[in-house]
Design a protein around this ligand. Sequence first.
Ligand code: HEC
Length: 356
Amino acid sequence: MTRQIIILLGSLSVLLAGQAACAADLESGRRIYQQSCAMCHGPGGQPDPASPVVQGLEVPPADLSDRLFNSREPAGDWELVVAHGGHAMGLSAQMPAQKDALDPQQVRDVVAYVKSLADTSEYPPGELNYFLPIRTKKAFPEDEIVWKARYTPIDDGRDVLRNVIEVEKRVGKRGMVVLEAIHEDNGIDSEITKVEVGYKRVLSWNVEKGSILSAAIIAAFPTDGGESDELIPYLAYARSFGEAWILQSSARAITPLDSAGDGSLELAGALHYRWTPWPRRVFAGLELIAEAPYEDFGSAVQWSVLPQLRFGLTKGGHVALNLGVEIGLSDQAWDTRAHAVLLWDFADGSFFKGWR
Ligand code: HEC
């Protein structure tokens, strides 16, 4: 028994020592940076426009010491850029690949050093920017344009095609404003039915747990004067389990201002499996949604499941398509409906960048 314990402790200490060796060494990172990166990126992360080397670059590198920029780009993405070069992630090929010059530990060291060039302690880290689910609300603030299409076949009725355009813009260190226009077409009427404006703010996060919590408030204005305006406050929480599993959840209270009692509560959860750090891949996800009217809590809950696939379309994944089929599990007005979501993260560059 004691022997087994000693072996166990031995392997544990090897494991822990291995972990310690993996932690980034900022001093090594600094040396690598000054030697191999500073001529283009500048000694402090800010490219020097007067430098002939920088003038010779077709795309001037972004300012790595800028807090918002530095915080929003996940270290894992930068490790891919540094190891495999800009071209591999849809950026300029003049950003050289370092995988022959640096080993994986050195790549981690230099990226950790680059991350330390800006004080990002008040900004939510890009590592917590998880995949956008179809119905579950996301916690991370974005600079994004999203087009959501939903097709609902209705038995003995008219099928409905609903299109939503969402423009999201980051404000301040941890806020985001959103503007949405909702268009519906049921074969007879085809019109903009609602306009929404809102604000989201990150409340807290924890890098070790990979968790992030946000609160938002949305005001919805139907274009039909007969319908009530709505207030839709929501909370969104996400966390990762290990490297690959991501759980996101949200709770929305959809409240008509004229008759608050007619509102409903929507709970949604999404699980994604991120099997690789490369963004241009296909990732599977599954959502579970429950919606219950305030007045008939419990008995009238409408459940649905929404299996989906995310396709990273550009090399850096800043344009992505989500396709899903939502299956009603309760007595809904519909049995199944189809979703398509196209997103463009415009902070990462033009829509047309990084396709080839
Ligand atoms: C020959 C000049 C050059 C050298 C040397 C160089 N880079 Fe770059 N780097 C660039 C250019 C140009 C870009 C911008 C590409 C773009 O935006 O299309 C870039 C982009 C990057 C990015 C991606 C930023 C983003 O947009 O997400 C990171 C991170 C980076 N470089 C880190 C490094 C590190 C670390 C080193 C040293 C190991 C290094 N670079 C060496 C020119 C260089």
